[in-house]
Design a protein around this ligand. Structure first.
Ligand code: ZN
Length: 161
C-alpha cells in the first residue's frame, strides 16, 4: 500500500542537520506513526513520502520553508527574571510552555542575567535545513475514529484512547 492522504504511515527515521549532527531519531524498534495528509508531519517530509511504499528508503533534504519555517527574531524577547521565580534551577536551554494562543507553544531560554531572562519563541528547528533518512515500515488505511481525531490510535507512538 502506498503512502497517500488519510493513511496511517509508520516510519523509522534519523534527522540530521546540515553539519551531520543527529537532531532526532525514532527510538530503537519503535517507528513513528502519523496520519498522512493532515498537516501533522512537516510539509517537506509528507511530500517526499507521498506515493512511496514499504520497504522504501527515502533520503531527503528539506529547506526551512518546508519544515519549521524561517527564524523570526521578533519573537526573541526579554522578560523580568521574577516571572521565573518558581523555577528552582533556571538554565540556558530550558523550555517553557506559553499560555494564551490556544495551541501548545514552547519558548526556549537562551540567556539570563540578574534581572532579565531572554526567551526565544522560535521552534528549535526553525531556520534549519533538515535531512531525513526514512525507512517506510508500514502503511494502512486509517479507521473512522482516527480520521475524526486526526491521529493514529494504534502503534507504539499512538495515543491510547
Ligand atoms: Zn484520538
Amino acid at each position: 500500500m502506498i503512502v497517500s492522504k488519510n493513511r496511517v504511515v509508520s516510519i523509522a527515521y534519523t534527522l540530521t542537520g546540515e553539519d551531520g549532527t543527529i537532531l532526532d531519531r525514532s527510538r530503537g524498534e519503535e517507528p513513528l506513526s502519523y496520519l498522512h495528509g493532515t498537516g501533522s508531519m512537516i510539509e517537506g517530509l509528507e511530500t517526499a513520502l507521498e506515493g512511496k511504499a514499504p520497504p522504501d528508503h527515502v533520503s531527503v533534504s528539506i529547506a526551512p520553508e518546508q519544515a519549521y519555517g524561517a527564524r523570526d527574531d521578533s519573537i526573541v524577547f526579554s522578560v523580568p527574571r521574577a516571572q521565573f521565580r518558581e523555577v528552582d534551577d533556571l538554565q540556558i536551554g530550558m523550555q517553557f510552555p506559553v499560555q494564551g494562543d490556544g495551541e501548545g507553544h514552547m519558548v526556549t531560554l537562551i540567556g539570563m542575567d540578574a534581572d532579565e531572562v531572554t526567551v526565544d519563541g522560535n521552534h528549535p528547528l526553525a531556520g534549519l535545513t533538515l535531512h531525513f533518512d526514512v525507512d517506510i515500515v508500514d502503511v494502512r488505511e486509517a479507521t473512522p475514529d482516527e480520521l475524526e481525531h486526526g491521529h493514529p490510535h494504534e502503534g507504539p507512538s499512538a495515543h491510547s484512547h
